[in-house]
Design a protein around this ligand. Structure first.
Ligand code: SER
Length: 290
């Protein structure tokens, strides 16, 4: 097993195992790394997210589409066992039903990131149907991690808010207080990733596009929950261009297909996620690592 990224490994990866510097848009190098390490499964996570993608749409298209195409081609050519390629709630758009968004629904995204994710779902299915490449993926909500800082997404506020609550006791949120989006805590995100990859292929009717729900809340509800732990925590709301993106996405999704086909069930709700996030970040802050 190897990890890879476009720059030198950073903590906490250093010393954890083999690591290769690899740009997924460089197909030759991808081929070589896969061949040399006898890789049979790729978790293809490299992407430009929604907010950065609107600032750099050409780059988002290049990394997300060229990168995926390279991974799928290497999988086909070297006969890999399985590919994980996440999709996103960004595949939905303003015409999509906003509450308990169905598995099968209108996919008319307004961001280039969302467009690349719709294309990715379809391309993954194409490689499965035409070449037998076992591509699997879920439509992730905003992912909240206590390890990886947020990077270029519309849902970044739901992660930044925790760091700022601990470090400064206040946060300026870039979406309005009323904004509700689907989120998922990292342990649940990892569980979904591993569970779908372990699922019995014969049970899967979908492959690349499973809705998965974690927990939905408004920015204001998240602030209130954090205030239960940090009573003086202050939040102001100054929406920017990311509000417009957030307004095109669902408030919650119906994940019954994932539950039926591979037993998906999230473990974390708003309360348990918030207290775990704050515990983890506090102890890192005390040891000077935040
Ligand atoms: N978290 C992602 C974003 O905000 C959604 O997939 O772009």
């Amino acid at each position: 097993m190897i990890a890879s990224g476009i720059r030198e490994a950073r903590e906490p990866l250093i010393g954890q195992g083999p690591y290769e510097i690899l740009d997924v848009t460089d197909k030759e190098r991808l081929e070589r790394v896969v061949h040399e390490h006898e890789i049979d499964t790729i978790f293809h996570l490299a992407a430009i997210l929604s907010a950065k993608g609107e600032l750099k749409p050409q780059l988002a298209w290049h990394v997300n589409i060229r990168g995926l195409r390279n991974v799928l081609e290497v999988a086909r050519e070297q006969d890999l066992t399985r590919i994980f390629h996440p999709s996103s709630i960004a595949v939905f758009g303003p015409e999509t039903p906003k509450d308990l968004t169905p598995q099968e629904t209108i996919l008319r995204p307004k961001t280039v990131y969302g467009i690349t994710k719709v294309a990715g779902e379809l391309l993954g299915d194409y490689y499965f149907n035409n070449y037998g490449v076992d591509v699997r993926g879920v439509r992730f909500p905003g992912v909240i991690s206590n390890v990886t800082p947020p990077g270029g997404g519309t849902t970044d506020y739901a992660v930044e808010i925790f760091y700022e609550a601990i470090k400064r006791g206040r946060y300026t949120c870039f979406v309005e207080e009323r904004t509700v989006l689907p989120m998922i805590y990292m342990p649940d995100c990892l569980k979904a990733t591993l569970d779908i990859m372990d699922a019995d292929l014969s049970r899967l009717k979908h492959h690349t596009d499973f809705n998965v729900a974690g927990v939905s809340f408004s920015a204001g509800e998240l602030a209130l929950e954090i205030r239960k732990h940090i009573p003086d925590f202050e939040v102001s709301y100054v929406p920017d261009y990311r509000q417009e993106i957030a307004d095109t996405w669902p408030r919650s999704v119906d994940d019954s297909a994932a539950r039926e086909e591979w037993g998906w069930e999230p473990q974390y709700g708003l309360e348990s996620m918030t207290s775990d996030m704050l515990d983890c970040l506090r102890s890192r802050n005390e040891s000077g690592g935040l």
